[in-house]
Design a protein around this ligand. Structure first.
Ligand SMILES: NC(=O)c1ccc[n+]([C@@H]2O[C@H](COP(=O)([O-])OP(=O)(O)OC[C@H]3O[C@@H](n4cnc5c(N)ncnc54)[C@H](O)[C@@H]3O)[C@@H](O)[C@H]2O)c1
Ligand SMILES: O=C(O)C[C@H](O)C(=O)O
Ligand SMILES: [Mg+2]
Length: 468
């Protein structure tokens, strides 16, 4: 799968050995299109230039290889628009007012600030009105399951967490802060998050591998009085259910009568299975590397033991091939390329395929399209993007606004229905089962649905003024 991009290549050209014309023709033959040239240093013998080159494939290493092989050419640096967008990080902290003089200083800092501190010490709930707590979410990761890239560590997880923070701000006006932890020990993660929690109104756990993520979230939810939400579990499940509700309408099937294969029973897969069961699904087949979860096997992961009981009505064993035969729906949250066209050919007519692994889906959309009725991926460069970004900004906006203690099942089901309902029945079709993340109704509809569900289930500690 290729993504067209623009590369910026800084070159030194030794004039006695190579000309700019040689460079241009080599680049063209390797698939690069020069769109701009900047002379950085023009010397008598050596010139340094930045070439802006359009390439059809972001992973085009051939371009650099041909340049490196050219006599008289030295590649000094290679960048592209994606990397440039990350220079110095993607977010910053901005004060709400400038400190222009001594008077300002004594308001926001010593001595004025001391009175505010004392007020909070006397009544800690005032942290909600007098600090950034009520609008701030910690995005916590240990870097163990970053997208589908696996355990790449806390530093490498930062760009994703900064990206989540950008989305929180832009879509829901929530100040989110990335906290990437240099520990994989669940107990240590729990203690660290509890220790930093006073400054936050909510905790978004992100890209923490399973099964550790289940215990971490369960303990934090029980031990903190602010909402703790593992995005890869519940954000994904909410959006998958939303897409599924609309896709089922398109193919005129019901969730109760559909045979549903969920592959990748990690953070996302477990939560998807649980939410689909709560939404009425009766025939789920949960498949991981060891095959279909079934009742004749003892699993060390308690979530798997639970799912083996709650899914797989015929107690089927076997692998993906066995699960896919006659399936109406495939939901993949596993890894790249595990689904083959051969599998699609064995599915029931009018099949639905959600290949949600990031950044590379379970099957290339181009391969799958001819064999399925509704196709969705987690990516923004294809129609039907099933991505948890449709959920986490609105669900936290709602939970923060009504000061919910937690995010319960009713709030998640309400969020899924709200996302699905943004697509009007008249507009709904195979290519449009889920709203765009830029659809301005999404966050507000999810917020309202979540607040109403929180109030109805008694976990809201405040009724926002716009809710009747
Ligand atoms: N589109 C979205 O919104 C979204 C949201 C969350 C996760 N994801 C993607 O889903 C994938 C899983 O994420 P996660 O957080 O649940 O990770 P995870 O590590 O918790 O779980 C992944 C699971 O997939 C299983 N798996 C891997 N390869 C497999 C294979 N060949 N066959 C069967 N099972 C296999 C693993 O054993 C593991 O249980 C990632 O690619 C991630 O990017 C997408
Ligand atoms: O980060 C994303 O785009 C979605 C999801 O949280 C993932 O881990 O893949
Ligand atoms: Mg994630």
């Amino acid at each position: 799968m290729s993504i067209a991009t623009t590369m910026i290549i800084r070159l030194e050209i030794r004039k006695s050995e190579a000309s700019f014309g040689d460079v241009a023709s080599k680049l063209a033959s390797a698939g690069g299109d020069i769109v701009a040239i900047d002379v950085i240093r023009g010397g008598k013998d050596v010139t340094t230039r930045d070439l802006t080159v359009n390439v059809q494939d972001a992973a085009n290493e051939e371009i650099i290889r041909v340049l490196k092989d050219m006599p008289g050419i030295k590649v000094i640096n290679v960048s592209d628009r994606t990397f440039l967008a990350h220079l110095g990080g993607k977010i910053e902290v901005t004060p709400k007012m400038p400190i222009k003089n001594r008077e300002d200083l004594s308001l926001v800092y010593t001595p004025g600030v001391a009175r505010v501190c004392t007020a909070i010490a006397e009544d800690p709930s005032k942290a909600y009105s007098l600090t950034m707590k009520r609008n701030t979410v910690a995005v916590v990761s240990d870097g163990t399951a970053v997208l589908g890239l696996g355990d790449i560590g806390p530093e490498a997880a930062m760009p994703v967490m900064e990206g989540k923070a950008m989305l929180f701000k832009q879509l829901a006006d929530i100040d989110a802060f990335p906290l990437c932890l240099d520990t994989k020990d669940p107990e240590e993660i729990i203690q660290i998050v509890k220790a930093v929690a006073p400054g936050f109104g909510g905790i978004n756990l992100e890209d923490i591998s399973s099964p550790r993520c289940f215990e971490i979230e369960r303990r934090l939810s029980a031990e903190l009085d602010i909402p703790v939400f593992h995005d890869d579990q519940h954000g994904t499940a909410v959006v998958a259910l939303a897409g599924l509700l609309n896709a089922l309408q398109v193919v005129d099937k019901t969730i109760e009568d559909s045979r549903i294969v969920v592959v990748g029973i990690g953070a996302a897969g477990v939560s998807i299975c649980r939410l689909l069961l709560a939404a009425g699904a009766k025939q789920i087949y949960a498949v991981d590397r060891a095959g279909i979860l079934h009742r004749d096997e003892a699993y060390s992961n308690p979530e798997w033991s639970w799912l083996a009981e709650a899914t797989n009505p015929e107690n089927l064993s076997g692998g993906l091939d066995a699960a896919m035969r006659g399936a109406d729906i495939f939901i993949g949250v596993s890894g790249p390329g595990i689904l083959k066209v051969e599998h699609l050919k064995t599915m029931a007519p009018d099949s639905i395929v959600f290949a949600m692994a990031n950044p590379t889906p379970e099957i290339e959309p181009e391969l799958a399209e001819p064999y399925v009725k509704v196709l969705a991926t987690g990516r923004s460069d294809y129609p039907n993007q099933i991505n948890n970004v449709l959920c986490f900004p609105g669900i936290f906006r709602g939970a923060l606004d009504c000061r919910a203690k937690t995010v319960n099942l009713e709030m998640k089901l309400a969020a899924a229905q709200a996302i699905a309902a943004v697509v009007h029945p008249d507009e709904r079709n195979e290519q449009y089962i889920i709203p765009s993340i830029f659809n301005e109704k999404v966050v507000e509809q999810v917020r309202l649905a979540v607040i109403r569900a929180a109030i109805a289930t008694g976990i809201a500690r405040r009724v926002p003024p716009d809710i009747s």
